[in-house]
Design a binder for this molecule. Sequence first.
Ligand SMILES: Cc1ncc(C[n+]2csc(CCOP(=O)(O)OP(=O)(O)O)c2C)c(N)n1
Ligand SMILES: [Mg+2]
Length: 581
Amino acid sequence: MTPDPIDAPGTPPAAGQDLTAGGAVFARLARLGVEVVFVNSGTDFPPVIEGLAEADAHGAELPRTVVVAHEHAAVSMAHGYYFATGRAQAVMLHTNVGLSNGATGAINAATDRVPMLLMSGRTPTVEEGRFGARTVPIGWGQEMRDQPALVREACKWDYELRFPEQVPQLLDRAYAIAASTPRGPVYLALPREVLCEPCPSAELDRAPAMAAARVVAPRSLLATAADLLAGARRPLVIAQRGAGDQEGFDALARLADRWSIPVCQYWAVATAISAHHPMYVGQDPEPWISEADVVLVIDSLAPWSPDIHRLREDCRVIHLGPDPLEARFPVRNFRSDLSVTSEVGPGLVGLEQGLHDSSRAESATGRTEWRALVERHVADRRIRLDGLAATDPAQPMTKEWVAHTVGRALRGRAATVVSELGCPLDPLELTEHGSWRQEPHSGGLGWGLPCAMGIKLADPDRLVVATVGDGSYMFANPVACHQVAEANGIAVLVIVLNNAGYGAVRSSVLGLYPTGYAAKFDDMPLTGLAPSPDFAQVAAASRAHAETVADGRDLAGALERALRAVTVDRRQALLDVRIVD
Ligand SMILES: Cc1ncc(C[n+]2csc(CCOP(=O)(O)OP(=O)(O)O)c2C)c(N)n1
Ligand SMILES: [Mg+2]
């Protein structure tokens, strides 16, 4: 039975069609085009829950709400939903404690330039005498002097709602700022007393008042960049956050081939080029970076490691991206002779045009030799990858070998692989734009599984695979994730690459102290997660198709069954694959 919103106990009577501000927020989000709000509620939510029910009873158009029982997973699902749709997302959390659980997700979103409107309640300001005032001790315990500070460094804008009639204006502004170049999260605190007040509904229906600002570099600047590249003898492209969009991906493929420019995906978090492209040289910047005379860096936070890689003295560097100097980061001193602020996709399309128009493009010399070097390198890579295919499956499984086997199982399917310390990129041999997502360079683990779920929720017909380390899987709050997946029919395939520990931390110790005391341990301190839980049972608790694979000879069959579960039965599936470091 739907309660009469006007007579519901505790609800202040609304004037006319006014909506309780807690519900008005959702009505306005729908008007802004938000399809889903990822929510984890709390005792600050009565005006939100009541307001939603009231708005629904009034026939207001509302976004779908997805309840996610951990905030890191909620924010990471929004991250994935953005990947699939390209539209800014909305997340609503519980006061300071929910927000702090979501703060790692906000840091990840900022690093990946994911636009999202983060909201969380604010404990009531007043102790009595006003509707919505504090009623339980947490009203005092969750008080903060500066709650937005919890996520301010990750946000482009933050504010606290002061009056109910501000709801449409502030949401319009927050949403437009999040979606503006460079994109990123914004935060709005929602005090409980304000959410309890009525918001004039006429304002909620009007068209969004503010357009996002989208920056595309002017042709003249792209022409300068094109001239630099065209005049190079040994040009190089390094891309980390992908090629922007399908048009950018296609433009990069054409220009790299046409002008013989090798493309390196050093520590890539998204695919910029097909694994089978003749100029794709893999993830290692060497030997290209030490030979290059012009480097085009496409939207990369850390395009090489200054402690390892050295540019030539005369090398010129172009950075192209939404924020080519990455102003959020205090220390980031990569040389930039030409800084081109642009959304990446249209920037690459314009750059290709600039190359066509450049008077220097045809006169470039020395490229034949450069191209021949690339071709030899590509042929060597092919031999290494074919070597993986020839590896005896009875050997203990490695990440590379599992990735190669997964890649083969996915061939010919439109799939997105989300990897968080899971399958490495190159042995998967992915060829499409949007086929690869890796944890953001902020590395706030626990992102991979819910991000994959967000992609799948937005695009249910796409095959989405989360490959994650055992540590990363546990960081993801897997019980909460599997619950959300079952509740919302999110048929994602999870492949846990389980080495019973923190392999990346072990490698990091060995990198700094290769012959140190810690290196002598079989079981290095602070890096072990043995005994490993039975992850198949964790997933099976939410009725997933789940298997443990301890022998490489069983992997292909297990993959086939798991793929059938997600594509035909439309059930979530998990493979716990036991690997060595
Ligand atoms: C929230 C968070 N806590 C801790 C870390 C530090 N950290 C980086 S890699 C790593 C190990 C991850 O282990 P796993 O997912 O099993 O992958 P493996 O390295 O074993 O392949 C840890 C703990 C982090 N990046 N994020
Ligand atoms: Mg591990």
